[in-house]
Design a protein around this ligand. Structure first.
Ligand code: MN
Ligand code: MN
Length: 297
């Protein structure tokens, strides 16, 4: 990988790590939190530090495992449970994808601690030539042996320029047939875990607040074509939320684009048995002699 590209990945990672640290400090003293305030805080810090959001900040509480971002103020009393904050930053399309879980209450704090340790252990095992399915098995077995269960249908993923999910998965379960890690690849690694009595899988639910543009052809309707152009120029193929342009276009406008197959939605994913889910995520660059964790402080 070219040195200047590595530097852009590293810069995106440094910003994302700094944002998550400040989000943690922001949430820690509060009992009453507002999910919108947290998402907007993360996104505005990203820009303040010279990055661009690679996707809307995900703020997923308890059984909500992934892909939730608020559109309007959502105050909640957070005295027990798991709050996941998942941040994406890009520099010139080179993405950092990283998440933490803020845990309250003894059993939740313990789950989050195990989750973070499992992530760090599997990162230590990453190198060119390793089978992704074997690393998934390592995650699954360690999580199980420590008393928890992985969410088997959520996975890490290959990252490429302006491409958050660039094909290959980094599974959280053993897979007998899978591809191997190659030098020059960038992965987001993200074990999601729950209590042993949980289903260990997710359902997709409404409403969807995160979308991405999948078709760029001109639209006859002037208003919708304006929205298409705005999305294309500001976010390209990366995920966005209607919250980012609510001064100009409505949620319904985006839903129209979705029905026309111009955008696709990423619905929130909820643990099937409504058990709380923990997540930690880092982005890593795999090189021949070295694995760089871009999002580690
Ligand atoms: Mn993420
Ligand atoms: Mn990810």
């Amino acid at each position: 990988m070219r040195e200047d590209i590595i530097e852009k990945y590293l810069e995106a990672g440094r910003i994302a790590a700094k944002v998550l640290k400040e989000v943690r400090d922001f949430v820690t003293p509060k009992k009453k939190i507002d999910l919108l305030e947290i998402a907007e805080y993360a996104e505005s810090l990203t820009i303040k530090y010279g990055g661009m959001p690679a996707f809307p900040c995900n703020v997923d509480l308890n059984e909500v495992a992934a892909h939730y971002t608020p559109l309007t103020s959502e105050p909640v009393v957070f005295d027990e449970g798991l709050l996941k904050v998942d941040v994406g930053v890009h520099i010139d399309g080179y993405i950092a994808d990283t998440a933490i879980t803020i845990a309250r209450g003894e059993e939740y704090i313990e789950m989050a601690r195990v989750n973070e340790e499992v992530l760090n252990h599997v990162i230590d095992e990453i190198r060119p030539g390793r089978s992704l399915g074997e690393l998934g098995r390592l995650i699954e077995e360690e999580v199980y042996s420590r008393g928890y269960k992985v969410i088997s249908d959520l996975a890490g993923h290959l990252i490429d320029r302006y491409n958050l999910h660039a094909g290959k998965n980094f599974p959280n379960t053993g897979e007998p047939i899978s591809s191997s890690i190659k030098s020059g690849e960038v992965y987001a690694v993200e074990p999601f875990i729950t209590f042993r009595d949980g289903a260990g899988s997710v359902d997709r639910v409404e409403p969807t607040h995160i979308f991405s543009l999948v078709k760029t052809k001109k639209i006859k309707d002037k208003r919708l074509d304006g929205l298409r152009k705005l999305i294309m120029s500001r976010y390209g193929p990366l995920p966005f939320t209607p919250r980012w342009f609510s001064d100009k276009y409505t949620y319904e406008d985006v839903v129209k684009l979705e029905s026309m197959k111009y955008v696709r939605g990423y619905p929130p994913m909820i643990e099937k048995s409504f058990r709380p889910v923990s997540q930690f995520e880092h982005t890593v660059i795999v090189l021949d002699g070295d694995v760089l964790v871009t999002t580690r402080v």
